[in-house]
Write a protein that binds this ligand. Structure first.
Ligand SMILES: [Fe+2]
Ligand SMILES: [Fe+2]
Length: 354
C-alpha cells in the first residue's frame, strides 16, 4: 500500500522548494512561543495562497483523503467481534506473545499521536499542518482501538522493551522537527506498516488480523507526509547537520533491530516470518527514499544504503533473522543465543541509565 500511495504521489508534478531559512535540524526546532507575529495575515493573501497551493496541494489532499476515509474504531471493533464470535480462544503463551508485541504497537501509537501533534503545532505551512493534524486524529483512533482490543484479549500488557522505549523517547523529546519527521514519518511508520501486514498474514487471531488493514491504510498516508514535506526542508542543511541526522537515523534503526531480537520468541510463537518482514520493510524503505528523490532536496541528510552496504544489510537479515524454512545449524543458533544475551544486557543498561 505504501508503494501505491508513493507512486500516486510521485506521478504528479514535483514539489517546489520551500524557503530554506529554517532548514537545519536545530534551526527547525519549534520557535519559542511568541504571539508578537500573530495572526499571520499573509496566510489569506491571494498571492501567498496561490503559491502555497502550487507547492503543497498534495499535502492538503492527504488531510482530505484522511477525513474521507476516517473509520470509527468502536464500530469496526464491534463489527469484527460479532463477525468472528469474539476473540478466538488461544493458549496462554500465544496471548502473551500478542501482548508483548502489541505493547510496542500500543505505546508506539501514543508516541505517534504526541509527535504528530508536535509537528502540527510547529509547522507554519498550512497544508503540511493540515496533513499532520489529520494524522493526530488517526493516531488517536489507532490508540483507543488497540487499547480496546487488548482489553478484550484479557491479558496483562507488559512494559515496553528498553530499545523501543529509548527510540520513542528520543523522537518525542528531540526539539528538531527534522528528526521527528524522519524518525516517526519515515522509519517508525514504515516499520508499523510492515508489522501490521505480517500480523494480518499470520492470522493468529482473526479479529486482530482483520483490524490490521484499517491501521495500515492510515499509516501509508503518514509516510506520505514525510515524503512530500521533508525534501525541501533537507535541501539546505549543512554537512554537519546531515551527519547528525544520519547518526540519529542509524540509532533508531539499530535499536529497532535489537528490540526485535528481544521479541524474537514472541514473533516466532505467532508465526510471524521476521525474514520476510525485514526484507519487505527494507524494500519499502528504499522505495520511500526513491520517492523523496523526485523532489528538490531529495534525501539529503538521510542514510540510504547502496552497493556493498545494501548487500551487507541483506546478509545480516539472512544471518540474524533466517527464513522459517531455512536450516539453522548449531553455530547459527549459538549466534542467536549470544545476540539475545547481548540484547538483554544492553536493555538492562538502558533501563539503568534512563
Ligand atoms: Fe498509527
Ligand atoms: Fe501513523
Amino acid at each position: 500500500m505504501i508503494s501505491g500511495v508513493l507512486r500516486r504521489l510521485g506521478e504528479q508534478a514535483s514539489l517546489r522548494a520551500f524557503s530554506s531559512s529554517s532548514s537545519s535540524p536545530r534551526a527547525a526546532a519549534p520557535p519559542p512561543r511568541s504571539s508578537s507575529g500573530f495572526p499571520p495575515y499573509r496566510l489569506i493573501e491571494r498571492d501567498y495562497l496561490a503559491e502555497a497551493q502550487e507547492k503543497f496541494a498534495r499535502l492538503e489532499r492527504l488531510y482530505h483523503i484522511g477525513q474521507k476515509n476516517a473509520w470509527d474504531g468502536r464500530a469496526v471493533l464491534k463489527m469484527l467481534l460479532e463477525k468472528h464470535g469474539g476473540i478466538r480462544p488461544l493458549p496462554r503463551e500465544k496471548k502473551e506473545a500478542i501482548a508483548r508485541i502489541f505493547s510496542v504497537i500500543l505505546w508506539g501509537e501514543l508516541a505517534a499521536w504526541n509527535v504528530s501533534a508536535d509537528i502540527a503545532e510547529s509547522l507554519e505551512d498550512v497544508e503540511a499542518k493540515m496533513a499532520a493534524s489529520g494524522q493526530v486524529f488517526d493516531e488517536a483512533r489507532h490508540f483507543y482501538t488497540m487499547r480496546d482490543y487488548l482489553l478484550e484479549l484479557g491479558i496483562e500488557i507488559p512494559p515496553l522493551d528498553g530499545f523501543t522505549r529509548a527510540v520513542l523517547i528520543d523522537i518525542l523529546e528531540t526539539e528538531s522537527i527534522l528528526e521527528k519527521l524522519i524518525g516517526m514519518q519515515l522509519l517508525v511508520e514504515n516499520i508499523a506498516v510492515n508489522l501490521f501486514r505480517a500480523v494480518a498474514k499470520s492470522r493468529i487471531e482473526p479479529v486482530l488480523a482483520d483490524l490490521m488493514p484499517y491501521f495500515e491504510q492510515d499509516e501509508a498516508r503518514h509516510v506520505g507526509l514525510g515524503v512530500l514535506y521533508l525534501p525541501s526542508k533537507l535541501r539546505a542543511i549543512s554537512r554537519l547537520e546531515s551527519l547528525e541526522l544520519q547518526l540519529f537515523q542509524l540509532k533508531v534503526s539499530t535499536f529497532v533491530v535489537w528490540g526485535t531480537v528481544l521479541l524474537r520468541d514472541s514473533f516466532e510463537a505467532l508465526g510471524v516470518d521476521l525474514n520476510s518482514t525485514f526484507t519487505h520493510g527494507l524494500k519499502n524503505q528504499l522505495e520511500i527514499f526513491a520517492s523523496m528523490g523526485r523532489f528538490e532536496g531529495g534525501t539529503r541528510g538521510i542514510y540510504v544504503p547502496t552497493g556493498l552496504l545494501a548487500r551487507m544489510n541483506d546478509l545480516a537479515i539472512e544471518l540474524y533473522f533466517p527464513r522459517a524454512s531455512a536450516p539453522r545449524p548449531a553455530w547459527m543458533k549459538a549466534v542467536h543465543g549470544v545476540m539475545g544475551e547481548v540484547a538483554r544486557g544492553c536493555e538492562h543498561v538502558l533501563k539503568w541509565t534512563a
